[in-house]
Design a protein around this ligand. Structure first.
Ligand code: FES
Ligand SMILES: [Fe+2]
Length: 477
């Protein structure tokens, strides 16, 4: 059935109430009738206003510096996976802007994060972005002073010259660390809310999707030619599928994707796969859909998709079998939506989590040093660990330069890589176009772009808190 997406919305509706004609994402998932978790069909949209958002927020160095001072210092960010530092003495360096932390497995049950800066004369203990294993203690490479893995003072070189330094004022400053879903999170703010509170609905929703039982099977890091927010926002809506990924329209419900806002830090979209775009005037029928999904050989060609079944359902069933065998796990109880759909949660400020089975990505977006005009984007694939088998080592980071194509990353899905190239190929033009704007601000759709508006509102909430003041930021006496 064809829908008219060019007609204005019903004037009797309040702002934010209008939806794309045709079935909603929730309708599609409920019609699957195969036990999708309640969390997946819950809807939580709120209208957050329709004011323009100034482009300056992306390219102004002053705005960037405020974010560095007030946002990155106060928010929980994942620094690594627990599997990156499995043994006592393993460490990894997490860098965010000009901040840098050594995340250390201090003992079997304790992970600590120390400023990557010697309290003697500021030397970095470790190279930014580096990792290592088997440390017995932390030794500064400049004058050789050292600390135990828990940050307590071990040795001051030429101690006779430092009678003013003691265990009390010369241990390593550390920041908050907590874990969830196999991720290690850090927060610089001594007065931060606990991670569990910050995560909002995530622990409850992810009960069905235990990410701690997965391992990093692919890890790609690429520099992108735009501010971290602009790059992240390219992945927060399916509205751009029509123009940017037109090849996906036959098999992706783009304009009827669902958008949710859950509390202060979490938003979500659910974007159905195996369902045609409402934009199509001549959408494929179920047989054609199955062909497009690559599953025509799953049915009797004389009959096609049997009465009462859908292409989406048949394709999901096939993936339960093939991916279940590949991963060595039983996927027989996993709903069609969890098998197929693009389900993306965003955790403010810079994490996206996809709990689905065939699209199991994690994203992280970080400023690139002190440059507001570029950022670092990581894509990880989290694959289930086979029951009863040892956890494979996490994939090493494969780095792509600002002009490198995702298609050159080894092991990256040949189907997905060109899609990421399409997404990131827009960014340089969007960044430079925003600077050339005649109006100086962007307009957002009330529903489909609500996650972008929420991101900006939460940025503002952190900027209004003012600079971080806490004992760790004061010079130690
Ligand atoms: S700067 Fe670290 S020991 Fe001197
Ligand atoms: Fe995209």
């Amino acid at each position: 059935m064809a829908y008219d997406l060019t007609a204005p919305s019903d004037p009797s509706l309040a702002p934010g109430e209008a939806r794309c004609p045709g079935p909603s994402t929730r309708d599609i998932i409920l019609a699957d009738a195969d036990g999708a978790p309640e969390a997946l069909t819950a809807e939580s949209y709120q209208f957050l206003g329709d004011e323009p958002i100034p482009f300056e927020r992306y390219h102004s160095k002053a705005f960037f510096d405020l974010e560095m001072e007030r946002l990155w210092t106060r928010t929980w960010q994942w620094a690594c996976r627990e599997e990156h530092i499995p043994n006592v003495g393993d460490y990894i360096v997490y860098d965010i802007g000009h901040y840098s932390f050594v995340v250390m497995r201090a003992d079997e049950l304790t992970i600590k994060a120390f400023y990557n800066s010697c309290p003697h004369r500021g030397m970095q203990f470790c190279e930014p972005g580096s990792k290592g294993t088997g440390k017995q203690f932390i030794r500064c490479p400049f004058h050789g002073m050292s600390w135990e893995l828990d940050g307590s003072l071990r040795e001051i070189t030429c101690r006779w010259d430092f009678p003013h330094l003691t265990e009390d004022n010369f241990s390593l400053p550390e920041i908050n660390v907590d874990t969830w879903g196999g991720f290690v999170f850090i927060n610089m703010d001594p007065e931060a809310v606990p991670l569990e509170e910050y995560l909002g609905v995530l622990p409850e929703h992810f009960k069905s999707w235990p990410l701690e039982d997965r391992y990093v099977s692919i890890h790609i890091e690429k520099t992108l030619p735009a501010n971290w927010k602009m790059a992240e926002e390219a992945f927060l809506e399916a509205f751009h599928v029509l123009a940017t990924h037109p090849q996906g329209l036959q098999t992706a419900g783009d304009a009827n994707a669902q958008y949710d806002v859950f509390g202060d830090h979490v938003t979500r979209f659910v974007h159905t796969i195996g369902y045609p775009s409402p934009h199509l005037q001549d959408p494929p029928d179920e047989n054609e859909l199955l062909r497009l999904l690559g599953g025509w050989d799953l049915v009797d060609p004389e009959i096609g998709v049997p009465q009462g079944q859908t292409a989406r359902g048949i394709w999901a069933e096939n993936l339960r079998t093939t991916l279940g065998a590949e991963f060595g796990v039983d996927l027989s109880d996993v709903s069609t939506s969890e098998m197929l759909d693009s389900i993306e949660y965003h955790l403010f400020p810079n994490m996206c989590l996809f709990p689905g089975i065939s699209l199991p990505m994690i994203y992280r977006f970080r400023p690139n040093g002190s440059d507001p005009d570029t950022c670092i984007h990581e894509i990880l694939f989290l694959t289930p660990v086979k029951p009863g088998e040892p956890r494979p080592a996490p994939a090493p980071v494969y780095k792509l330069g600002i002009d490198d194509s995702y298609t050159t990353a080894p092991g990256f899905s040949p189907g997905l890589a060109p899609v990421y190239d399409q997404d990131t190929g827009n960014l340089r033009r969007q960044r430079d176009g925003a600077k050339a704007s005649g109006v100086g601000a962007q307009q957002l759709g009330n529903y489909q772009e609500v996650r972008t508006r929420k991101l900006h509102q939460t940025v503002d909430a952190y900027l209004e808190k003012g600079p971080l003041r806490g004992p760790l930021r004061e010079p130690q006496r």
